[in-house]
Design a protein around this ligand. Structure first.
Ligand code: DAH
Length: 341
């Protein structure tokens, strides 16, 4: 009995002062190993009388359980202590907080698009989604570009093996939207467009446009000018002037190139406007009667205007990007600039 008390005392002494896992393992060996104190005690049992055997055996087992438990407890404690020591050696980072500079940001196209959506919503336009894969009919025929029309050459198109196309312009959604809502109608539909362009700083095979349509009774070019001027003044955060020049697009008649007075130099001439005082931003026009008709709208009763804002171009201007390829690139130094100039 005394022997067990001594072993227990010795164990308590060592387990209380143990400081690392190696030492703990040494304790395990010293007490529970082949020649450990407790193992040796167990071996003594067989030489005892039956009576002694029982109580001694019980006590040895109790002590063994206690030793095992205490070693396990201490092991957990020491393991955790080691992990903590490792963490303390690391630079002081809180892995649960978002990491300062590297926090994600909205893509510049998303930011400008969102701003345009807010502006048009405030003027009563709905915002529509468009398909990226379109029927040839919607992309061309429905906007008055029949097969073999030379205007198709201006848009080098990706044809899919099923005869559909990657939409070359957001105008491809005009027909679907007219059929969906009928007249009157005020809608914008931003989207990604695709053309088989020779790539350079101002040409990409994947770019963004924002189309808009307003159809109602008595809609005229004055309405078009009003909405474009209001929209651009809001986008640039200052009053701009607009001017129309003639432009040909088969889906509008008359068709225009709409220029904005340069918001950066106020029209005096600068790098952005190439010293002309004007920037070309938004082809537009009065919707061709054929297009209305194909959309199920009676051109004798309704008129409308449409525009196709070059969203990629507007984003480049807003952020001062000199290469359109940044917009599909992965350079975070470029893409994380969220300050609108
Ligand atoms: N879809 C034309 C293009 O991508 C742009 C365009 C011009 C859209 C005139 C229009 C418009 O709605 O009226 O080249």
């Amino acid at each position: 009995m005394n022997e067990l008390e001594n072993i227990k005392e010795l164990f308590e002494e060592r387990i209380t002062s143990v400081n690392d896992l190696n030492e703990l393992n040494a304790i395990r060996v010293d007490f529970l190993g082949k020649n450990g104190h407790l193992t040796t005690c167990m071996k003594l049992i067989k030489d005892l009388s039956n009576e002694e055997k029982k109580s001694f055996g019980e006590n040895v087992n109790k002590l063994k359980t206690l030793v095992l438990e205490r070693i396990e407890e201490k092991k957990e404690y020491l393991e955790e202590k080691e992990i903590r020591a490792e963490i303390d050696k690391m630079p002081n980072v809180d892995l649960t907080t978002p990491s300062g500079d590297k926090r994600g940001s909205l893509h510049p196209v998303t930011i400008v698009q969102q701003k345009l959506i807010d502006i048009f919503r405030s003027m009563g336009f709905t915002v529509e989604d468009g398909n990226e894969v379109e029927t040839e009919y919607n992309n061309f025929e429905a906007v008055n570009i029949p097969k073999h029309h030379p205007a198709r050459d201006m848009q080098d198109t990706f044809y899919l093996s099923n005869g559909q196309v990657l939409k070359t312009h957001t105008s491809a959604s005009q027909n679907r939207i007219m059929k969906k809502y009928g007249a009157p109608l005020k809608a914008i539909f931003p989207g990604r467009c695709f053309r088989n362009e020779e790539l350079d700083a101002s040409h990409e095979n994947t770019f963004f446009q924002m189309e808009g349509m307003m159809i109602d009774k008595d809609v005229s070019i004055s309405n078009l000018i009003y909405f474009m001027k209001t929209m651009l003044s809001e986008v640039f955060g200052k009053e701009v002037n607009v001017r129309l020049r003639p432009g040909f697009f088969p889906f509008v008649e008359p068709g225009f190139e709409l220029d904005s007075s340069c918001p950066y130099c106020g029209g005096k001439g600068c790098r952005v406007c190439k010293n002309s005082g004007w920037i070309e931003l938004c082809p537009c026009g009065m919707i061709h009667p054929n297009v209305l008709e194909m959309g199920g709208i009676d051109p004798n009763e309704y008129q409308g205007f449409a525009f196709g804002l070059g969203l990629s171009r507007l984003v480049m201007m807003t952020y001062g990007f000199d290469d359109i390829r940044h917009l599909n690139g992965k350079d975070l130094n470029v893409l994380s600039q969220t300050k609108v100039k």
